[in-house]
Design a protein around this ligand. Structure first.
Ligand code: HEM
Length: 316
């Protein structure tokens, strides 16, 4: 494997993982937290606000990592495109201003700092004024972060294989974006619950809040997984000329490996849903769910790595 291929895979993996976490942050705030808040009631709002603040902080830090992956993306692109007979600046300027890829890359460069600022702003004040009722409303900053995350997801679809299809391109680009969105709102928000929303102490309040987040998450997860699979099938159908390409071509074999590992992630998620969810109200049950869900997220990271290799492979 050449250095260029290794760097391309690495930056793509970080980009996918980072976008997944960013989607997870906004999905947690828009879908999981309101359901959890309804389940636990007003008494736990202060604790939930604290988690919300940390989620927004994770979002901001993730975007900083994404900026590094974004810069590396240009380095990789130049390595692949470089003409030794013209100055480097000419190659970079051509890529940036005369290709659609460059337009999308620059759009990402504009979106990322705005997104970091929106997440930072969404953290809100550290403490509410004494005696003031703690509100848990969806702030404008979260609204802006949500809109920017949707744009970021669209830029991924606009710079991948979906753009190279001959017919039905808008539909395939939309399917690609939905696939990424669904994977982030499922695995990304699970990752957020595990790292930020998990019980800090083995006390009743923390465990109840963790269980409420898991329950709030599981309803949305069913919709996300169904969308993910449906759009995955549409993309696979589009990118493979015939089904046998799944085992006769390099692209197909990587896709087959991805589908196999994704199957394990689905199985782990199903197991946690059927076995873990009913027992997550106790601190031992919550710890067991957390262990199994961490395994699920680790497997999903493997799926993303295979996807990163896939998108840099030649289609059949
Ligand atoms: C844990 C499950 C999965 C995750 C986290 C995941 C994630 C992703 C991501 C992030 C992309 C990149 C989209 C882009 O570049 O805009 C992608 C592309 C894709 N996924 Fe998945 N996916 C999963 C399951 C599946 C399944 C089950 C299938 C097939 C049935 C599938 C088929 C594809 C295909 C064909 C592409 C397009 C690759 C290309 O552009 O060459 N995925 N996936």
């Amino acid at each position: 494997m050449t250095l260029e291929r290794v760097l391309a895979t690495l930056q793509q993996w970080v980009l996918f993982a980072g976008v997944g976490v960013a989607v997870g942050c906004v999905a947690w705030r828009a879908l999981v937290a309101p359901r959890a808040a309804r389940m636990v009631g007003d008494t736990h709002t202060a604790r939930l606000r604290l988690i919300e603040r940390r989620v927004a902080g994770v979002g901001a830090i993730t975007v900083l990592v994404l900026v590094a992956a974004w810069a590396l993306r240009m380095v990789v692109q130049v390595m692949g495109f470089r003409d030794p007979f013209v100055p480097l600046s000419e190659d970079v300027s051509f890529l940036m201003f005369e290709t659609f890829w460059g337009t999308v890359w620059m759009a990402q460069g504009a979106i990322l700092p705005l997104l970091a600022a929106a997440f930072w702003r969404a953290r809100g004040p550290l403490t509410e004024e004494a005696g003031q009722r703690i509100s848990f409303r969806f702030s404008a900053a979260w609204g802006v972060a949500l809109a920017l995350v949707l744009m970021l997801v669209a830029t991924l679809a606009l710079s991948g294989h979906a753009m190279g299809v001959d017919s039905g391109r808008p539909f395939i680009v939309a399917a690609d974006a939905l696939h990424t969105l669904a994977s982030g709102s499922w695995i990304g928000s699970l990752c957020i619950i595990l790292t930020v929303g998990h019980p800090m102490e083995r006390n009743g309040e923390d465990v109840a809040l963790f269980a409420a987040q898991l329950r709030g998450f599981s309803t949305g997860a069913l919709v996300s997984v169904s969308t993910l699979i449906a759009m995955g099938v549409v993309l696979a159908w589009t990118h493979l000329d015939v089904p046998s390409s799944l085992w006769t071509t390099g692209y197909g074999r990587i896709l087959s490996a991805k589908i196999a590992v994704a199957g394990m992630v689905f199985a782990a998620g199903l197991w946690n849903w059927r076995v873990g969810l009913p027992s997550c109200e106790t601190s031992d049950g919550a710890a067991a769910v957390r262990r199994r869900a961490a395994f699920e997220v680790a497997l999903a990271a493997g799926v993303l790595l295979l996807t990163a290799i896939l998108v840099h492979s030649v289609k059949p």
